[in-house]
Design a protein around this ligand. Structure first.
Ligand code: C2E
Ligand code: MG
Ligand code: MG
Ligand code: MG
Length: 278
């Protein structure tokens, strides 16, 4: 074994343990740059009232349009953004731009709809979140009733008093709060009845797979929401059969590829005119 060989061995070992770390560092640097260089975009997925068939909302979904890699889905970079804390700035950007966009649609004369924005755990747990939302609404001129914030069950579970205060603050502003991916986290019925939440979003896993057990779960969530005076929306609706089932069970709203994928803002005016035809 020459000196050169062992040096190479060491290099290889070093390279393999640090590869993941380096990929992460690269991505973190790139994420920072993405924010500065406007590489983020928001796509909007329409939501319909099942009874009237009208479009009543749009969920804002973040996309990273990387200069070389193209569109990167949020599942790939949001976890890292959350870990590094970058999600605070990115999340603020999404919130602001979704409100600007919704106000713009209203100014253009489209019928008013609610824009739904996903909040990350770190973002939701900020002490001044209510203040931030208030400022954004003032700056953009969007009425609070046209903003909905999506949180997940696990985010609502920790530090009950703090969460309750935040949720009450948001309610006082007039903003709506929904629970995303409902049924996949740890929910406590006690919190659910105490927290001022306006809507449950049934997770797509229960919708996609047409199993008897899933249908039973979906039915229960719908009935529970209504008993607690909440609305309920099904995510991930892909087929006519799924929609027919939801309609029969009196689910209020739907979102999913069956009606529309998330779309870039320039394609949204077509959705608004579709709303009038249907
Ligand atoms: P989510 O909030 O549950 O959003 C719904 C996801 O389901 C979206 O994936 C959407 O494209 C997808 N989807 C909608 N309809 C269907 C369908 O019929 N079939 C199937 N298979 N999928 C459907 P997307 O855009 O990849 O987002 C994934 C997740 O990333 C979101 O799940 C949300 O948790 C997170 N995310 C997206 N944008 C943001 C953001 O601005 N901030 C934060 N914190 N998280 C975000
Ligand atoms: Mg969501
Ligand atoms: Mg979500
Ligand atoms: Mg969801």
């Amino acid at each position: 074994v020459t000196k050169e060989d062992s040096r190479n061995d060491f290099k290889m070992f070093n390279a393999s343990i640090s590869e993941n770390f380096r990929t992460m560092l690269t991505m973190e640097t790139e994420l920072r740059r993405a924010l500065k260089e406007n590489q983020f975009e928001i796509h909007y997925q329409p939501q319909k009232n099942i009874d009237s068939n009208e479009v009543i909302g749009m969920e804002a979904l973040l996309r990273w349009n990387h200069p070389i890699k193209g569109y990167i889905p949020p599942g790939t970079f949001i976890p890292l953004a959350e870990k590094t804390g970058l999600i605070i700035d990115i999340g603020h950007w999404v919130l602001k731009h979704a409100c600007v966009q919704n106000k713009k649609w209203q100014m253009e004369g489209h019928p008013p709809i609610v824009v739904g924005v996903n909040l990350s755990a770190k973002q939701f747990h900020q002490k001044n979140l209510v203040e931030q939302v208030h400022t954004i609404l003032k700056e953009t001129g969007l009425d609070a009733e046209y903003l909905e914030l999506e949180i997940t069950e696990s985010m609502a579970m920790s530090n009950e008093e703090f969460i309750l205060k935040t949720l009450q603050g948001l309610r006082e502003l007039g903003v709506q709060v929904s629970i995303d991916d409902f049924g996949t986290g740890y929910s406590s019925m006690k919190y659910l009845s105490r927290f001022p939440v306006s809507k449950l979003k049934i997770d797509k896993v229960f919708i996609t797979e047409n199993k008897k057990q899933n249908q039973a779960i979906v039915k229960s969530i719908i009935h529970m929401s209504h008993s607690l005076n909440m609305k309920v929306i099904a995510e991930g609706v892909e087929t006519e059969e799924q929609l027919a089932f939801l309609k029969k069970e009196k689910c209020d709203e739907m979102q999913g590829f069956f009606y529309s994928k998330p779309l870039p803002p320039k394609q949204i005016p077509g959705i608004f005119s579709d709303r009038m035809v249907n």
